[in-house]
Design a protein around this ligand. Structure first.
Ligand SMILES: [Fe+2]
Length: 169
């Protein structure tokens, strides 16, 4: 038995997020352009099990967040709020280590450690972003109601109140 039943074939849907998909999210736009002039590296991949988009069902998706930095900022997932219903989500660490940033619409911020077998709860109304602060893959499972929509626009417009950067320690 494995913690990540949907990461191996056959999985329902695989989404690959490259730097070009996240260029509006990283702070150092010059670093983004420098990297994109040479390559368009994968930042993370999401493997989803297919379920109907209805509230009785649960999305459960496994994400592989690759290690690396853009400028001095560690790789992260885009992060999002949920549209109505702005329901909670559980994020469970499978492999590797990192940080979950949680932020509500009033701008209040929380930070939680994510590691294998650790669960982080993102309450209703809180956006969530995962940051890989390690030098290896960070793998985690996310579970939430299947009828939530994903609000990325608020994050592009306002960002998270904290950025996680490498200062060498
Ligand atoms: Fe979510």
């Amino acid at each position: 038995m494995t913690m990540v039943p949907n990461i191996k074939e056959p999985y329902g849907k695989k989404t690959c997020r490259r730097l070009s998909d996240l260029k509006e999210y990283f702070a150092d736009r010059k670093a983004v352009e420098d990297i994109l002039s040479r390559d368009d590296p994968v930042i993370y991949e999401v493997y989803e099990h297919p379920v109907p988009p209805e509230g009785e069902h649960l999305i459960f998706a496994t994400t592989v967040l690759l290690p690396g930095k853009v400028g001095d900022e560690f790789h992260f997932t885009k992060g999002h709020f949920h549209f109505e219903p702005d329901a909670a989500e559980v994020i469970i660490g499978v492999e590797g280590a990192g940080i979950v940033l949680l932020q509500n619409r009033a701008g209040e911020l929380r930070q939680e450690q994510l590691e294998a077998s650790a669960a982080v709860y993102s309450p209703p109304g809180w956006a969530h972003r995962v940051v890989n602060t390690s030098n290896r893959n960070l793998v985690f499972l996310s579970v939430c109601r299947a009828d939530v929509g994903h609000d990325y626009e608020t994050i592009i417009a306002k960002g998270f109140a904290r950025r996680v950067v490498d200062k060498g320690d």
